[in-house]
Design a protein around this ligand. Structure first.
Ligand SMILES: [Zn+2]
Length: 254
């Protein structure tokens, strides 16, 4: 399923010791923690190389406190044991790795952030974790997956469709207007624009909003600010109630 990311190649990648290699001898390293690094030099120069180590750690601490459990449950409702799942923009692998253990589906995660994918591979070594720039190319062959997840991540409609089987499903989660409203004010409505983004390749099946609040201590509020790149400048973070709210769109490949 995994294919060479070079634009004029895209041949299958096969494991060869601590690397994967295609028939044209393009080779990529498998890290000690088990993830495969498919980044190319132009991706490394990118202005947005993905989450920093500090943001990844902050987000993992929040997941581990159970703050995001209702969001996890919402994703879990649509997964089945016989699914083959790609999480595009998987971050530290919390949603994909946790649900794969609960449900038993086959799990593949891609993210451009090395610290995020390294954390995912360390905690969930049973899954396949890839560092790659999925904005350009999702490094899997056509029709590899029954379900693609895009959870508050960047979207690549054409590539998501290509790697999905016919009638495969796509679950997209975008921040709802009241997400983290206590920290950043009301956000904009993203659902209609997101539906437009996918309209050419997908039809909508279902839409829902999952909202939860958490009473957070100062350290957890600081973690939220770190995870959204808004560390407190002058005064320390204070304990407060924080709203987490996502709009979920379930789509079917057409
Ligand atoms: Zn190749």
């Amino acid at each position: 399923m995994l294919v060479c990311p070079l634009a004029d190649c895209h041949l299958p990648l096969l494991r060869d010791g601590q690397r994967v290699v295609c028939e044209r001898d393009h080779s990529f390293d498998i890290a000690r923690s088990g993830y495969i690094n498919l980044l190319q030099s132009q991706d490394r120069r990118s202005r947005e190389p993905g989450d920093s180590a500090a943001a990844v750690k902050a987000r993992r601490r929040l997941h581990d406190r159970g703050v995001t459990q209702p969001l996890l449950n919402a994703i879990g409702e649509i997964t089945n044991a016989d699914d083959v799942v790609l999480d595009a923009g998987c971050g530290d692998g919390f949603y994909l790795g946790t649900l794969a253990r609960q449900t038993g589906f086959k799990a593949h995660g891609v993210d451009i952030s090395i610290p995020a994918v390294d954390a995912a591979a360390k905690r969930f070594p049973e899954n396949e974790w890839i560092v790659a720039n999925a904005d350009r190319f999702v490094p899997y062959s056509d029709g590899s997956f029954s379900l693609v997840l895009s959870i508050t991540a960047r979207m690549n409609a054409g590539e998501f469709r290509r790697v999905l089987r016919d009638k495969g499903r796509l679950l997209v989660a975008v921040p709802a207007p009241d997400d983290l409203i206590e920290l950043r004010g009301a956000g904009r409505e993203r659902v209609s624009r997101t539906l437009q983004t996918f309209a050419r390749h997908f039809k909508p099946l279902r839409q829902s909003r999952v909202t939860t609040t958490a009473e957070l201590d100062a350290a957890a509020v600081e973690d939220i600010l770190l995870s959204i790149y808004r560390p407190m400048q002058s005064q320390p973070a204070q304990a407060m109630r924080v709203t987490l709210s996502l709009d979920f769109l379930l789509l079917e490949a057409i």
